[in-house]
Design a protein around this ligand. Structure first.
Ligand code: MZP
Length: 502
């Protein structure tokens, strides 16, 4: 007979944390969210770490180079998706590694023959009001000038007129040549009282834009995660098919961490693939595995796969229908508690700590906090990041609200058959994910700042200053349905929610 596990599969919303003693030491500025990303001997420094325990899901609608750049600047790490060609994925990694803080590649470019209407459309799509006017309308073509909202009057000018009648040409712009340092560029911006400084190469082709506002932004990112050469830290995903060729291309462009992306990682394919990579590239390369939801799954990947970290979660993702389609998965809190216990047991036996990552279904900041308290070293999120300005999808407006598209890797849209072993053929036989929209939530940096503020404030309530202390000291209680209701507002009217009757 099959084994029946009596324990109910539980999830984050069913638990609350109990406060511990908060001493005068327990203030947010003393909380340190640095966690290990790679396995390590107890007492030794891990080869890789995160300054913020957030990683982004390896998904087409989530982890492109802009998002990876923004997340590394906040101390976390993106895993650039692998459901694309090896060349395209390596190019995204390269873009992050070549990102020069303060030097921005222009994403809004038009040619002089485009119209003001084209400029307005582009501004709406990108949210950026500075448009580079180049000879071909492409970003690295010869720069002719800039068009900003100060160059035309949206409500008065004829929007069918070509941009050539409005833009500010090079003769009236302040610009600098490639090779200029950020310090020099910033000084030039300040002296000329300009908002934007284009950087051109010897042929006059546009390379970067430097913005005055980014100067302040740079100073507000003390947790930025970089490699030894001060380049931004970035990860990339692999499948178990072309992993050797893919890993080589990614390592060649400087990727900092690799991670297998599979809906079920408790497989011989994944363990063998991870081992083969380890044998080829040695202990220095960081390799993540997953996903698992059982103690055996964790131990198998740690031992047979020799992986650096293990992702936990099956079927909890916001766009995931695996549980409905195949009937497999586990409540995320239960999965995490069991795997965290096994990680600690494994650590006691071997002296090696293998970090775990709670992946999927983190719908609120309280879920992130609970995942960390229940034993996760870091969290992987898809929807959370898909909603931000920097995810790779365009914003759309529906009934006055802004949204971004977000689809699962198991949806027909992504067609990522390598992530799901559904048949012997290279195809997706049935969908395990949906194609949806999520509300637009603004810039990633602002969103992460708020989440981090909440995590730190909760940790102070618990009387802990590190994630490790939280694992050891958090006291967690199960709650009844009525307790959950009681946790919302009760018997009060929130004016902004009252429907005005006419
Ligand atoms: P979420 O943060 O949107 O709730 O979940 C993101 C996670 O869902 C990903 O990291 C991945 O593990 C999982 N995922 C991605 N695509 C699918 C799918 O199509 C999926 N079913 O489950």
């Amino acid at each position: 007979m099959a084994i029946l596990i009596d324990e109910i599969s539980r999830t984050f919303g069913e638990f609350l944390l109990l406060p511990g003693l908060t001493t005068k030491e327990h203030v947010p500025s003393n909380v340190n969210l640095r966690v290990a990303l790679s396995k390590h001997k107890i007492g030794e420094e891990p080869r890789a770490h995160l300054n913020t325990p957030f990683v982004s899901a390896s998904m087409q609608a989530v982890s492109g180079s802009d998002l990876a750049t923004a997340l590394a600047r906040k101390g976390g790490c993106a895993f650039i998706f692998c459901s694309q060609s090896i060349e395209a994925q390596a190019e995204m990694v390269r873009a992050v590694k070549e990102h020069k803080a303060g030097f921005v590649e222009s994403d809004s470019n038009l040619s002089p023959s485009n119209t003001l209407a084209d400029a307005l459309k582009l501004r709406q799509e990108t949210g950026h009001s500075t448009i580079a006017i180049t000879e071909s309308g492409q970003k690295h073509s010869k720069l002719l000038g800039l068009l900003t909202s100060k160059d035309f009057w949206e409500y008065k000018d004829d929007l069918s007129r070509p941009i050539m009648e409005f833009y500010t040409p090079m003769e009236r712009l302040v610009y600098a040549e490639e090779g200029v340092t950020l310090q020099q560029a910033t000084e030039k911006l300040w002296k000329s009282k300009k908002e934007c400084l284009p950087i051109v190469d010897a042929q006059g082709c546009l390379q970067y834009l430097v913005f005055r506002k980014d100067y302040f932004d740079h100073h507000s990112n003390p947790d930025e995660l970089t490699d030894e050469g001060k380049r931004l830290f970035v990860g990339a995903a692999l499948n178990t098919f072309d992993y050797m060729e893919r890993a080589k291309a990614l390592l060649d462009v400087g990727v900092d961490a690799l991670c297998f992306d599979s809906s079920d990682g408790h497989t011989e394919w994944q363990a063998q693939s991870a081992r083969t990579l380890r044998n080829k590239y040695g202990p220095a390369v960081v390799i993540g595995g997953g996903n698992v939801v059982t103690a055996e799954g964790f131990r198998y990947l740690a031992e047979a796969g020799d992986v650096d970290f293990v992702k936990v979660g099956i079927g909890g993702g916001s766009i995931c229908i695996t549980r409905e389609q195949k009937g497999i998965g586990r409540g995320q809190a239960t999965a995490l508690m069991e795997v965290a216990k096994e990680r600690d047991r494994y650590c006691k036996e071997t002296g090696i700590y293998v970090p775990i990552c709670s992946d999927g279904g983190l719908n609120f900041d309280t879920h992130i906090i609970m995942a960390l308290a229940l034993g996760a070293d870091m969290v992987m999120m898809g929807k959370y990041f898909a909603m931000t300005e920097e995810s790779p999808t365009p914003k759309i407006t529906f009934k006055g609200q802004r949204y971004k598209p977000y689809w699962g890797e198991g949806s027909n849209r992504a067609r990522n058959w390598q992530r799901y072993k559904q048949s012997e053929k290279p195809e997706l036989v049935f969908e395990e994910g949906v194609d949806a929209y999520v509300p637009y939530s603004g810039p990633l940096g602002e969103k992460v700042d708020v989440s981090i503020a909440k995590i730190k404030a909760t940790m102070c309530n618990l009387g802990v200053l590190t994630v490790k202390e939280m694992h050891q000291n958090a006291r967690i209680t199960r709650v009844s349905e009525l307790t959950i209701v009681e946790g919302g507002t009760s018997s009060v009217q929130q004016l902004d929610r009252i429907q005005v009757q006419s």
